[in-house]
Design a protein around this ligand. Structure first.
Ligand SMILES: Cc1ncc(COP(=O)(O)O)c(C=O)c1O
Length: 366
């Protein structure tokens, strides 16, 4: 049986009555921007993510950009420190408001931003730190909170791959004022287009963000704050309201698949597993593999879909040349991108499919 890298159908099928009912209600209301379903979703998201406030926006990139703008980080004299191993959109979001992006290396065991390297690269111009909860696994937040305090910088968490994740038993909002999510369709909580949200415990930040995402308006046609146009649309809120009650179950299904992979590949020659914590929500299951590209071809020949997240570190991508780093400057991230391979993982992936993937990898390295 073919095993795709991702398959959204089972989640869509299992929630169809709920999203169809929301869509029927939406068409009856015929109010398509910032209406009943976005307001209801925001009221449902906040408790589900143990946040006081949830502000939905057009996508995860805008969630990070708006957080920076809201924190007043818009000038070239202000530096924003982040990881070199992330989706290019983390960098795009940081580059857009006008501040300067700076990269630090990753911990080779987890591939998460390394707090020690970040501290070494922080300067008196560091105005924000954007750690990324990559592959669903929260970064160690205590050292980043400490570093942010020392630098008088704001901590903006990129949680675009970590819906439902906690850190040391606490919600991510306990560690900093802005936690940013993407609802891109393949995320642990995704819609059927673009979408995103910012979670915060600060009523003042929430009030400003509600205005900034809507052109700085407050419901009328006067712009009070510098803003952008980045609103989640009602149709996406209909899907997200249907999916949200299943997030924990779906995350546990991902954890089950991840446990099978870890058990099946732990002693496989040629494969190195990342160090993960039980709090990871397993957005992606990433291994490091010898002869990665040939292994990938072998899996493709066996109708097994894979991905590479990501094929280059951001400091070596042409768009981020301004950060001033060259090949060799972030050795752990540079080495990792040649070895990483994302295996199929999604809710309702049959155990038999995970075993097929394991068997194919073991056969390759035999
Ligand atoms: C780590 C990370 N940051 C930011 C983003 C941007 O989210 P979006 O595609 O919704 O703009 C994504 C998703 O692509 C992501 O995975």
């Amino acid at each position: 049986m073919p095993v795709p890298a991702v398959n959204l159908k089972p989640c869509l099928d299992s929630t169809e009555p709920a999203w169809r009912a929301h869509l029927d209600d939406l068409f009856a209301r015929s109010h398509f921007i910032l209406g009943h379903h976005v307001r209801s979703l925001e009221a449902e998201l906040a408790p589900a993510f143990q946040a006081r406030h949830a502000i939905t926006v057009g996508n995860g990139t805008a969630a990070i950009e708006l957080s920076l703008r809201d924190a007043g980080i818009t000038k070239p004299s202000q530096e924003v420190l982040t990881t070199a191993l992330t989706a290019p959109f983390t960098g795009v979001a940081i580059a857009t408001p006008g501040c300067r992006i700076r990269f630090a290396d990753v911990d080779p065991d987890t591939l998460l931003l390394d707090p020690t390297d970040a501290a070494n690269r922080a300067t008196k111009r560091t105005a924000a730190i954007v750690p990324v909860h990559l592959y669903g696994q929260p970064v160690p937040l205590a050292p980043f909170r400490k570093l942010a305090r020392e630098c008088k910088a704001v901590l903006i968490q990129d949680a675009c791959q970590a819906h439902g994740a906690q850190h040391n038993g606490k919600p991510l909002t306990a560690y900093g004022p802005y936690v940013c999510y993407s609802f891109y369709p393949t995320k642990n909580l995704g819609c059927l287009g673009d979408g995103g949200a910012i979670m915060t415990n600060s009523p003042a930040i929430a009030k400003r963000l509600l205005s900034r995402r809507d052109g700085g308006r407050r419901g009328g046609q006067i712009a009070y704050l510098p803003g952008i146009n980045s609103r989640l649309d009602e149709m996406q809120a209909c899907y997200l309201r249907a999916f949200l009650p299943h997030l924990d179950d779906w995350n546990n299904m991902r954890r089950r698949t991840a446990a099978l992979y870890e058990e099946g590949l732990r002693d496989c020659p040629g494969v190195t597993l990342l160090r993960t914590s039980p709090e990871s929500v397993r957005h992606l299951f990433v291994i490091r593999a010898q002869r990665r590209d040939r292994l990938r071809d072998h899996l493709t020949a066996h109708a097994i879909g894979t991905g590479i997240h990501y094929p280059a570190p951001l400091h070596l991508m042409p768009a981020f040349r301004d950060a001033g780093l060259r090949r060799g400057d972030l050795p752990h991230a540079e080495r990792a991108v040649k070895e990483i391979l994302s295996l199929p993982i999604y809710p309702y992936l049959p155990d038999s499919a995970a075993h097929e993937v394991i068997d194919a990898i073991r056969a390759y390295f035999k």
